[in-house]
Design a protein around this ligand. Structure first.
Ligand code: FDA
Ligand code: NAD
Length: 434
């Protein structure tokens, strides 16, 4: 079987991989030195599009429109770009074995790839209901969403089951974005999640109340505090209904499940140090194994601002960790040093006409400000998180670019607050003054 050798191999073909390829090119990688190996069939793209405009019934986003790096206003890297730069883009190739001691990766086809420096960018995979033994979870038309293939299959079924009933299992990012997009596709939508409110990883009860109210006004039915325990199927294996723990049964033509992700670290188990479910790195994304770096969703890195090891499953960090790792690799070769990674967590989401951004840390006391009435013609509101007398996190729905910049600055600078009541009254003005 063929064996190829590259100076640098990026394992994975998602967001972090695409940005890393761009950054290697910026740093002057020579033709033939770099390979990107991906199990996906297409060049790296901006994954967030898959749960948003990719699923629109009209004017949908399609490749090549959203290849990286358009999501951050950068150059769009078409497959030809890799050819021009002499970067080998090895697609539809799943690596099934990684031997870090001999610096060898083995593909499902049996092909092997040797490297001098490896950048692990394998991202996450979905948690499946079958992982918790939910009965009937392998029925047809139950979907998960991670890669473009998943989205394409979902689109086919949306067309086949036109104007049908959709049940969304999970009240996180996927749940809220898919709930909206299925409604936009004219499905009758019910969302089900176990927690008392949606997006509990980030939202306060007040923030969640706005989105739940807004979704209800769009005609989405929300069932909280229970989980799917089984599925009924038609004779052809298609899903027919979702059985809930509280005894209710919901008719369904399509089910979309978003019950969390899990970083893809299995190839490296026992070979590299792990922490908090991810591959442990330093502030340059270097792992415990020499010449092996890990970026994006899989990396557990020192978050300087909070003096804590964290893993972040969002696109902004995928992009920035790629840049930091490539700079570090090149600096290392030149015997130079670079600054440590100093990341300000940034998450965002969009659905219907809504758009929010969050910066910083969601710990401590909270205040809400602005108009969070879901019935308002143009709702606009935000929230601050206050810890030890300082503002450490800020959320804003419906902000302008300048206002979003202002809340980012607040989260970074962590200004002291004298009175929480004053802060609630001042609202955005507080951020704009910083
Ligand atoms: P990513 O998942 O992008 O890439 C991993 C790549 O590795 C894939 O190409 C995969 O096929 C490949 N791979 C894995 N194992 C392999 C193997 N053994 N062999 C070969 N290839 C392998 N974030 C955000 O901030 N805002 C948003 O709006 C969204 N929206 C969003 C929508 C959807 C549908 C998803 C699934 C995720 C988001 N995210 C998001 C999260 C964001 O997309 C995510 O954090 C980044 O894509 C992470 O980038 P990585 O490169 O680490 O993984
Ligand atoms: P998530 O962690 O955001 O949400 C998981 C949700 O699953 C929980 O909030 C809970 O409501 C629900 N849940 C857990 N167990 C359940 C059960 N047994 N039955 C029903 N519901 C259950 O994960 P996700 O929404 O699946 O997203 C997957 C990944 O994709 C994450 O890494 C996420 O960050 C990423 N993503 C991000 C964005 C964004 O940043 N805008 C958008 C889409 C996806």
């Amino acid at each position: 079987m063929a064996e190829k050798h590259f100076k640098y191999v990026i394992l994975g073909g998602g967001v972090a991989a695409g940005y890393a390829a761009r950054d290697f090119a910026k740093e002057g990688v020579k033709p033939g030195e770099l390979a990107v190996i991906s199990k996906e069939a297409v060049a790296p793209y901006e994954r967030p599009a898959l749960s948003k405009a990719y699923l629109f019934p009209e004017g949908a986003a399609r490749l090549p429109g959203f290849h990286v790096c358009v999501g951050s206003g950068g150059e769009r890297l078409l497959p030809e770009w890799y050819t021009e730069k002499g970067i080998e883009l090895i697609l539809s190739t799943e690596i099934v074995k990684a031997d870090l001691a001999s610096k060898t990766l083995t593909a499902a086809t049996g092909a092997t790839f040797k490297y001098d420096v490896l950048v692990i960018a394998t991202g996450s995979t979905v948690i499946r209901l079958s992982d918790f033994g939910v009965q009937g979870a392998d029925a047809k038309s139950i979907f998960y969403l991670r890669e473009i293939d998943d989205a394409d299959k979902l689109i086919e079924t949306i067309k086949a089951k036109k104007d049908g009933k959709a049940v969304i299992v999970g009240g996180g990012y996927i749940g809220l974005e898919l709930g909206a997009v299925m409604k936009i596709n004219n499905f009758d939508v019910t969302m089900v999640y176990p927690e008392p409110w949606c997006m509990p990883r980030l939202f306060t009860a007040e923030i969640a109340a706005f989105y739940e109210g807004y979704y209800a006004r769009k005609g989405i039915n929300i069932i909280k505090g229970t989980v799917a325990v089984g599925f009924d199927t038609h004779a052809d294996g298609e899903v027919k209904a979702v059985k809930l723990k509280d005894g209710r049964v919901l008719d369904a033509d399509i089910v979309v499940v978003g019950v969390g992700g899990r970083p893809l670290t299995t190839l490296f188990k026992g070979q590299v140090q792990e922490e908090k479910g991810g591959i442990k790195t330093d502030a340059f994304f270097k792992t415990s194994v020499p010449d092996v770096y890990a970026i994006g969703d899989v990396a557990t890195f020192p978050l300087k601002l909070y003096n804590e090891m964290r893993r972040v499953e969002h696109v902004d960090h995928a992009r920035k960790s790629a840049e930091q790792a490539v700079k570090a690799i090149k600096a290392n070769e030149q015997g130079k040093s670079i600054d440590v990674y100093d990341y300000l967590p940034y998450f965002y989401s969009r659905s219907f006409d809504l758009s929010w951004q969050f910066y910083g840390d969601n710990v401590g006391d909270t205040v809400i400000f602005g108009d969070s009435d879901p019935a308002s013609p143009k709702p606009k509101f935000g929230s601050y998180w206050i810890k030890e007398g300082k503002v450490v996190g800020a959320f804003l729905e419906g902000g302008t670019p300048d206002e979003n910049k202002a809340i980012a600055k607040v989260a970074k600078i962590q200004p002291p607050v004298q009175s929480v009541d004053e802060l609630a009254k001042e609202g955005l003005t507080f951020a704009s003054k910083i």
